[in-house]
Design a protein around this ligand. Structure first.
Ligand code: GUN
Length: 294
């Protein structure tokens, strides 16, 4: 079994993104990403601050807007409108989930599709499904890159995605069965109503676990030599201590799998790297600058 080192692959992508930032700067464009948070969830606060640190590392200007979680929803909608109108901002990310009194669908369709570096706007979702993505969503794109780094040929492979979320499950399936590089897999999407999950996962050459259920994928559910991508980040109590585990029983599955992503250090760093990638891509598109994307 090999560990797929997401931190190392992400570092390579960040280095390529830093080169794109140089090209943009020489062309008079300072790429900028705005993050917006309207939530008191400490995990979301951590994710947003990590994204801002990543920006700084590669030379992208990071702008952060905190909207008070008690404020009327209109305050968030107005913030998005202002960022849309600001030519100095090339990418906008509204950290999900937002507080309950905000209409999430309205948020997703309010972000200018050209600045939608998450790829969540209905137009960008439509383009992905139609096989002509503007921005590949960050986690699915990161998964594709990890499979490539692990030497997995997806063409004709059996891929099973566990989870049907808009952020991970659905777009990952689209990329895996799509016609592009890292696609052409025969792809099954399983979810909470799937009758015999193990029957599907045992068939798979590639398992993507993205259900948000701690350690649900166990050794008996994975075929010998399969590649296992663990998207889960679950905080659980173990022996009286709080710890992070994925959706895969790592210790159990690692002896069966051919390759597996650890948690942390697998998919997480890739999601963040692909956000930087989408941001320089957005800035380049908006200003008509040619960049050599990593
Ligand atoms: N919450 C969990 N994952 C994501 C993501 O990729 N983008 C945004 N905006 N929010 C998230």
């Amino acid at each position: 079994m090999t560990d797929i080192d997401g931190s190392a692959v992400a570092a390579e992508i960040r280095s390529g993104v830093a080169n794109c930032v140089e090209t943009l700067t020489e062309a008079g464009v300072e790429p900028a990403l705005a993050t917006v948070l309207m939530s008191d969830d400490p995990a979301s606060e951590t994710y947003v601050s990590m994204k801002q640190n990543d920006c700084e590392e590669v030379g992208i200007e990071g702008v952060h807007v905190d909207v008070d979680s008690e404020a009327p929803a209109a305050e968030l909608y107005d913030t998005i409108d202002e960022l849309n109108a600001d030519d100095g901002v090339h990418g906008i990310l509204v950290q999900m989930p937002v507080v309950d009194h905000v209409d999430t669908r309205r948020v997703l369709r309010s972000v200018d599709p050209a600045k939608d570096v998450d790829g969540f706007h209905p137009e960008n979702v439509g383009r992905l499904v139609a096989g002509n993505p503007r921005f590949k969503p960050c986690t699915p794109h990161g998964i594709q890159r990890l499979l490539d780094a692990a030497g997995v040929d997806t063409e004709g492979a059996e891929a099973v995605v566990v989870g049907r979320s808009d952020i991970v499950g659905k777009p990952t399936a689209n990329l895996l069965f799509g016609r592009g590089e890292g696609g052409h897999a025969t792809t099954t999407v399983c979810h909470s109503r799937t009758e015999d999950l193990a029957e599907h996962t045992r068939r798979a050459d590639v398992v993507v676990a993205a259900a948000g259920v701690p350690e649900m994928i166990t050794a008996d559910m994975v075929s010998e030599g399969a590649t296992v991508i663990d998207v889960g980040i679950n905080r659980v109590e173990r022996d009286g201590e709080s710890t992070l585990v994925g959706d895969v029983d790592y210790e159990g599955v690692r002896d069966t799998a051919g390759a597996i992503t650890p948690v942390p250090g697998g998919v997480g760093p890739m999601t963040r790297a692909m956000l930087l990638y989408n941001t320089v891509n957005a800035a380049a598109e908006q200003h008509g600058v040619d960049v050599d994307l990593p």
